[in-house]
Design a protein around this ligand. Structure first.
Ligand code: NAD
Length: 252
């Protein structure tokens, strides 16, 4: 029997203050890991860290903008200083800007690419350096089904491009770091009910549900077992892959 066991593992989750990141962070802690909550919103990150401590695990709330390489390095340094090692990095912070391609400003394009792609590179790089030294580690990057297909109706070319690039970045790092026993994978969720999606216009949500074969949005909890699998040592032959969890959306 294989059970996921993250006892004595240390992890961080970017974008861990709410939504998918928060739920995954709590799931990692429930399964034994100490988890640092990394976010630009320190107040919300602190409240998630308190929840984890109440579960009897160690936690840290770290203010970090993933687009700032100094913030990112200092975040990883803090974790290694406090806990002595870093086993699991979940690079999950991301944003979406819905603007037609012809009207997108350079600032909007840059913001999406900076957070969703460059932020994943900076965090993977800082975590990877530690893991290469340790000769062990797991990095999981949040991509999206939007990196696989154009999920109408909303216009979001920068988001789609950033998520496709996250998948290829993930594969590239997986190949470069396989000799160091560092596994790198990505997760591609479909429509998941979080603050990011629930604030969208009602007609978009109706269309998303209609286009999803299981006829509903997913919940952040339905991503936890996918992350536990990728993070667990039992997935030791799984690297460079993208795990799609989308209620069948991309299968049509
Ligand atoms: P969310 O908006 O609920 O949470 C995102 C978190 O990231 C927030 O806590 C925010 O403060 C943090 N964040 C934003 N910019 C940051 C920065 N520069 N540095 C550090 N933290 C920052 O979003 P979510 O729905 O939980 O999405 C999480 C990830 O999953 C994102 O990468 C998103 O693209 C991806 N995703 C979401 C869905 C969905 O349907 N919700 C689907 C596919 C992929």
């Amino acid at each position: 029997m294989i059970t996921f066991n993250l006892e004595s593992k240390t992890a961080y989750v970017t974008g861990g203050a709410r939504g998918i990141g928060k739920t995954v962070a709590l799931g990692l802690a429930k399964n034994g890991a100490d988890v640092a909550i990394v976010d630009i919103d320190l107040k919300m990150a602190t409240s998630v860290a308190e929840e984890i401590k109440a579960m009897g695990r160690r936690s840290l709330a770290i203010s970090c903008d993933v687009t700032n390489p100094e913030d990112v390095q200092s975040m990883v340094d803090t974790i290694v200083k406090e806990w002595g090692k870093l086993d699991i990095a979940f690079n999950n912070a991301g944003i979406c800007i819905n603007v037609e391609a012809e009207n997108m400003t350079p600032q909007e394009w840059k913001k999406v690419i900076d957070i969703n792609l460059t932020g994943v590179f900076f965090t993977s790089q800082a975590a990877g350096k530690v893991m290469i030294k340790q000769k062990k580690g797991v990095i999981i990057n949040t991509a999206s089904m939007s990196g696989h297909i154009v999920n109408s109706p909303q216009p979001q070319c920068a988001y789609n491009a950033s998520k496709a690039a996250v998948m290829m970045l993930t594969k590239s790092l997986a190949v470069e770091w396989a000799p160091y026993n560092v596994r790198v994978n990505s997760l591609s969720p479909g429509y998941i009910a979080t603050e990011m999606t629930l604030s969208a216009p009602a007609e978009w949500k109706d269309r998303w549900i209609d286009l999803t074969p299981v006829k509903r949005m997913g919940t952040p909890k339905e991503l936890v077992s996918a992350i536990l699998y990728l993070a667990d040592d039992s997935a030791s032959f799984t690297t460079g892959t993208d795990l799609v969890v989308d209620g069948g959306f991309t299968s049509i």
